[in-house]
Design a protein around this ligand. Structure first.
Ligand SMILES: [Cu+2]
Length: 161
């Protein structure tokens, strides 16, 4: 899939401050359990307050590899392109992370390791957590950017109270 690149994004690609920041465990005021299935989440939407730090406890109850990522629709779109590359390189497969390939240098100098603090990638049966401090209200979504999953509905809105 080679959509035309080089569009009108402009130089500033970092939305970090808008969407909040990685949270500290000591600041967590609330835990939200999220389960991942093929291909949807429970709950279907999440409500937060500006300024609160939440621990998302994520469990993959599906049979496929899934991601829980926080971001704007634009960020998810960009991440989907990265995930497609990881898929093409065999770094991620339908039901597993290929750690050997994940560790290999793909020659483009920028490791494609999946280690963003706003996202977690989990194999079937695995659990993990993302701790996030939300700042101001923005249009946020939690989403799975594994090829085909977002399109099939594996995403939900984060609403601000
Ligand atoms: Cu998924």
């Amino acid at each position: 899939m080679g959509a035309q690149g080089g569009d009108s994004h402009g130089p500033a690609g970092h939305h970090g401050m808008e969407i909040g920041a990685p949270g500290k465990a000591a600041d967590v005021t609330r835990t939200i359990d999220v389960t991942m299935h093929d291909n949807y989440y429970k709950p279907e939407q999440i409500t937060v307050k500006a300024g609160e730090t939440i621990r998302f406890k994520i469990t993959n109850k599906g049979e496929f590899l899934h991601e829980f990522g926080l971001g704007t629709a634009v960020m998810h779109k960009a991440h989907q392109k990265e995930m497609m590359k990881m898929w093409e390189h065999g770094m991620i497969e339908a039901d597993r992370i290929n750690r050997e390939k994940m560790m290999m240098d793909h020659g483009d100098g920028r490791g494609m390791k999946h280690d963003d603090p706003n996202s977690i990638l989990l194999e079937p049966g695995k659990s993990g957590e993302v701790i996030w401090k939300f700042s101001k209200p923005v249009d946020l979504e939690f989403a799975c950017n594994i090829p085909g999953h977002y399109e099939s509905g594996m995403m939900g809105p984060i609403k601000f109270k």
